[in-house]
Design a protein around this ligand. Structure first.
Ligand code: CP
Length: 308
């Protein structure tokens, strides 16, 4: 827990501790008590080299509420645009006293290199790595599921959409595996079927109605057009919505109390209808609120483990 790179590195006990801590913050509207402001005197840097609204803002809110100073660096307006490497950027910020680095990067396996080149007192948190991993999204998704359903080992979870290019699906699957989920179904057109080696306990269907049958939790995903070189014409937005768009009618195959999740940003009318996104089964806004609690819990647990 010095760094957080992948959810598969955390066992069920640690995940439960994180979720319990996050629920305790949620019970106070995501405001810590004076005693819980344990990041006072520390600096956290958000280094986002891909766009973000939710993850960057919620880390900023979480760290600020815990007492840290926060700085935000992006590619366009930093020395990265002049060719500075990410390692040099981190080392420069370390020289200013930054000890928490929340990083989103499009390159795979870059986090291990960062850890090798940073100060022993620095913490690296993966805030989204290529199409591989997004561990804090996975944690906030687990928190959202637990708040509505409790027993993971009785749940059927269905994930729909562009799973091949989804770091969210990978991390959520790692988390659900740690929590011993009963059933996980991936619903995708053939183009978006992932390498199933990364989903060893999941089944795959390319039929939405079949895959959704008796689901307790449905996760809709955006088509990651920025990561796809060429899309065949048949997966235009209209065809896609017809075959894989989540509508109220489609939800009838699920359990009556199904919850609908989406990590955002949503493409309404492509992977999800307005009626479902804003409907009674949707917990999409709760996911965003839970993101602050989850990130506060993570930062607190990292700081608490430091020797005094
Ligand atoms: N879910 C998610 O990562 O959203 P952002 O891209 O807005 O951070």
């Amino acid at each position: 827990m010095k760094h957080l790179l992948y959810l598969k590195e955390l066992n069920q006990e640690i995940i439960l501790q994180l979720l319990d801590k996050a629920e305790s913050f949620l019970s106070h509207n995501n405001y810590p008590t004076e005693k819980e402001k344990i990041l006072q005197g520390t600096i956290l840097a958000n280094l986002f080299f891909e766009p973000s609204t939710r993850t960057r803002s919620s880390f900023q809110i979480a760290a600020t509420r815990l007492g840290a100073d926060v700085i935000n660096i992006d590619e366009e307006h930093s020395a990265r645009a002049k060719g500075e490497t990410v390692i040099d950027t981190i080392n420069t910020l370390e020289a200013m006293g930054v000890s928490y680095f929340v990083i989103r990067h499009r390159e795979r396996n870059i986090f291990e290199k960062m850890i090798k080149s940073t100060n022993p007192g620095s913490h690296i948190i993966n805030a989204g790595e290529s199409d591989e991993s997004h561990p804090t999204q996975g944690l906030l998704d687990l928190l959202t599921i637990r708040k509505h359903t409790k027993n993971f080992d009785r749940l059927k979870v269905a994930i729909i959409g562009d799973i091949k290019h989804s770091r969210v699906a990978r991390s959520l699957t790692e988390g659900l595996t740690a929590m011993s989920v009963k059933e996980l179904t991936l619903i995708t057109p053939d183009e978006f079927k992932p390498n199933m080696e990364h989903y060893p306990n999941a089944s795959h269907s390319n039929n939405l109605d079949e895959g959704l049958t008796n689901a307790d939790v449905v996760v809709a995903l955006r088509v990651q057009t920025e990561r796809i070189k060429s899309l065949r014409a048949a997966i235009g937005p209209k065809d896609y919505f017809e075959n894989y768009g989540l509508t109220e009618e489609r939800l009838l195959s699920c359990k009556d109390n199904v919850i609908v999740m989406h990590p955002g940003p949503m493409n309404r009318g492509v992977e999800i209808s307005n009626a479902v996104a804003d409907g009674i089964h949707s917990v999409i806004k709760e996911q965003v609120t839970n993101g602050i609690a989850t990130r506060m819990a993570l930062l607190s647990m990292m700081q608490e483990q430091l020797p005094t």
